[in-house]
Design a protein around this ligand. Structure first.
Ligand SMILES: [Fe+2]
Length: 204
């Protein structure tokens, strides 16, 4: 049926920018995945059915969804295959990030790699399916400033990946009262080197 002129949507040259809303994983471990995301980022299940679940850790009806369709198989070559590398969650403060690190460590959940990217301080955890989840805080506590630094800083251009750090050493410094400004400067300078080889979940 032809729409009347009044109700037709006018074409626009402008790209209206929608907000990123959710991620959906295919999984063979529905229960374990819900449990893990609940522990790590605090999702609650808004709806669950035999074929999946919709979970969220804020007001959105779902942020992390799971599809557990019959016929799915684990990908033993996931690390070497193209596709999603990680999803990321941001804390409002460095203290929130580090207290979450300590809480998760108490549950036996530890990161595979920790980076100071220059723009963020980031801990990467592998979920039960081997998808990485980055827990991060902005190094500038200001998206405008960190974005500008990313665009303009020679230091970032010279090394857009960043510097590994040991989360226990950073936690100890934080607990000793070292301010975040100083901790992030030190971790970016490589003063908290990791004890073991970080697992980047990328081909060697
Ligand atoms: Fe990231």
């Amino acid at each position: 049926m032809k729409q009347s002129k009044e109700t037709m949507v006018a074409p626009t040259e402008t790209t209206i920018r929608p907000t990123l809303h959710h991620v959906t994983f295919k999984t063979t471990r529905l229960h374990e995945m819900i449990d893990w995301y609940s522990k790590v980022v605090g999702v609650d299940v808004n709806f669950r059915f035999p074929g999946g679940a919709f979970t969220s850790n804020d007001r959105a009806n779902h942020r992390i969804a799971f599809l557990a369709a019959p016929g799915l198989n684990d990908d033993a070559e996931k690390v070497g295959h193209a596709g999603l590398h990680h999803t990321a969650f941001e804390y409002e403060s460095f203290d929130d990030l580090m207290s979450s690190y300590a809480r998760l460590k108490g549950l036996g959940i530890e990161p595979d790699v920790c980076f100071n990217h220059g723009v963020t301080t980031s801990l990467y955890y592998a979920d039960p399916d081997g998808n990485l989840v980055e827990l991060q805080v902005d190094d500038f506590a200001d998206w405008d400033r960190s974005s500008e630094w990313m665009r303009a800083a020679r230091q970032f251009a010279a090394d857009p990946i960043g510097v590994f750090f040991d989360a226990d050493l950073v936690l100890a410094a934080h607990e000793d009262g070292v301010p975040f400004d100083q901790t992030r400067e030190h971790s970016y300078a490589g003063k908290y080197p990791p004890k073991s080889t970080p697992n980047l979940h990328l081909p060697q």
